[in-house]
Design a binder for this molecule. Structure first.
Ligand SMILES: NC(=O)c1ccc[n+]([C@@H]2O[C@H](COP(=O)([O-])OP(=O)(O)OC[C@H]3O[C@@H](n4cnc5c(N)ncnc54)[C@H](OP(=O)(O)O)[C@@H]3O)[C@@H](O)[C@H]2O)c1
Length: 415
């Protein structure tokens, strides 16, 4: 029975975050590395050897059948989260899933209702919510040193535009769910979720995933958050919270490093640096272990309503941008989508074959998934999804209250 000693932790996937977490948990006294599963038994075995896990499984089902597993951490592409979280809950295994918890709010609502029904712990690994420095930021705000906070700006951009899981609609790609979601969580931590209006604009990848976007959130209180997201451009990762008497400048909104307070004349009043940490992922693990030991189903840093609320925001933004995943399409849309992808792959292979190094380029293209190379100029991306007028990334300005305000737990929009 859970509640005493270290929890046996299991990891799903053997990629980047799985490795990061495996490194981290060696230093977290509340858990011990126990099991890993992969789509390949060999990869699971190699991972287990490398990081000192006792058990290696070739499928999630086998891992979940192991009754010694106390906490499952899911580190797979976004497309897999829904099914994998569901399986964990059905097997009664506490689960911490990487962000986004799943592709959209209805999926999260279903999963979290199931977690309550089966009395199983479930959490999203939105690590910035667990970082102790978040408390320092909130304390500084509450001190009144910058007066009344009225606006925030935050930007996050990485050149990861060739990473397959970011590009592929089948894997839940796009900049919003991968990168933008940090900024939505940051804005939510600072200004709450009482949003009356959202406006978003984006550019698209060749397969019509959002590549970079500008998002404006207007709050019922009159505050505004302006967020910039990119999966092709490197940003300064800075956030600025503006108040009536000064501002707070935060370095690295995706792993808070420091904050500096400026007065209304832009003189530096104070600054704080983040204390030492391991990888930063230790805090979410500790929070989960504590909640599980206390027989709670959620963590206080990001409760279930919060998970759903953020996904309502991403649903609303994707609605404006006309970005949809195959998992959300009806039969007719899926047919058009598959046709579009096949044409896209064929035209890429043909272009590669006609290139100067002919044979080499052709075989490279044949081996490569259609999603692996972005082509920002691909007009054909519009053939299966957005109606005319939206392909340039200009989303329709929403009527106040349209869609978003209709979401669960969200307020009536302001005019
Ligand atoms: N918190 C953070 O700072 C942070 C940073 C980066 C990413 N993330 C999140 O972590 C999750 C994983 O990202 P990652 O960068 O670790 O991805 P990754 O390096 O591509 O690894 C994903 C792993 O998932 C497994 N997998 C299962 N089904 C798959 C499928 N259909 N296609 C591809 N792989 C599949 C693979 O392991 P096997 O082949 O062994 O099955 C793969 O190695 C995502 O949700 C992402 O948003 C979080």
């Amino acid at each position: 029975m859970l509640g005493f000693g270290r929890l046996n932790m299991a990891i799903v996937g053997t990629g980047y975050m799985a490795g990061k977490m495996a490194e981290t948990i060696r230093y977290v006294s509340e858990v011990r590395p126990y099991a890993v599963c992969s789509r390949s038994t060999d990869r699971a075995y190699e991972f287990a050897q490398k990081y000192g896990f006792k058990k290696a499984y070739g499928s999630l089902q086998e891992l979940l059948e192991d009754r010694k597993v106390d906490l499952v951490y899911i580190a797979t592409p976004h497309s897999e989260h829904y099914e994998q979280v569901k399986m964990c809950i059905e097997y009664g295994r506490p689960v911490l899933c990487e962000k986004p918890f799943c592709l959209n709010a209805p999926m999260a609502e279903e999963l979290l209702a199931l977690a309550h029904e089966k009395h199983v712990f479930a959490a999203e690994a939105m690590w910035i919510r667990f970082l102790p420095f978040a408390g320092q930021i909130l304390e500084t705000l509450r001190s009144g040193i910058i007066g009344e906070p009225v606006m925030l700006t935050a930007g996050l951009g990485y050149n990861v535009g060739r990473v397959r899981r970011m590009l592929d609609p089948d894997l839940g790609g796009g900049a919003l769910l991968d990168i933008g979601i940090y900024l939505l969580n940051f804005a939510s931590m600072i200004f709450g979720d009482d949003i009356s209006r959202i406006n978003a604009h984006c550019t698209y990848t060749a397969l019509h995933m959002d590549e970079q976007e500008s998002i404006t959130l207007r709050y019922s209180s009159g505050r505004i958050a302006q967020l910039s997201v990119s999966m092709v451009g490197v940003s300064d990762r800075r956030a600025v919270i503006s108040g009536t008497k000064g501002c707070i400048v935060i370095e690295n909104v995706n792993n808070f490093e420091s904050l500096t307070v400026l007065d209304s004349d832009h003189n530096r009043i104070s600054s704080y640096k983040r204390p030492g940490q391991r990888t930063g992922y230790e805090y979410e693990i500790r929070a989960c272990a504590k909640a599980i030991k206390e027989d709670r189903l959620e963590v206080e840093q990001m409760d279930h309503d919060q998970i759903i609320s953020i996904l309502h925001m991403t649903d609303h933004i994707r609605g404006q941008l006309k970005v949809r995943f195959p998992q959300e399409m009806d039969e007719q849309e899926l047919e058009a989508y598959h046709k579009f992808r096949a044409e896209h792959t064929a035209s890429r292979k043909a272009a590669a074959a006609a290139g100067a190094d002919g044979g080499e380029a052709a075989s490279a293209a044949a081996a490569e998934d259609a999603a692996a190379v972005p082509d920002p100029s691909a007009e054909t991306a519009e053939t299966f999804l957005p109606p005319a007028g939206t392909g340039d990334g200009e989303s329709q300005v929403p009527v106040a209250g349209d869609g978003f305000a209709a979401g669960k737990d969200l307020p009536e929009a302001q005019a």
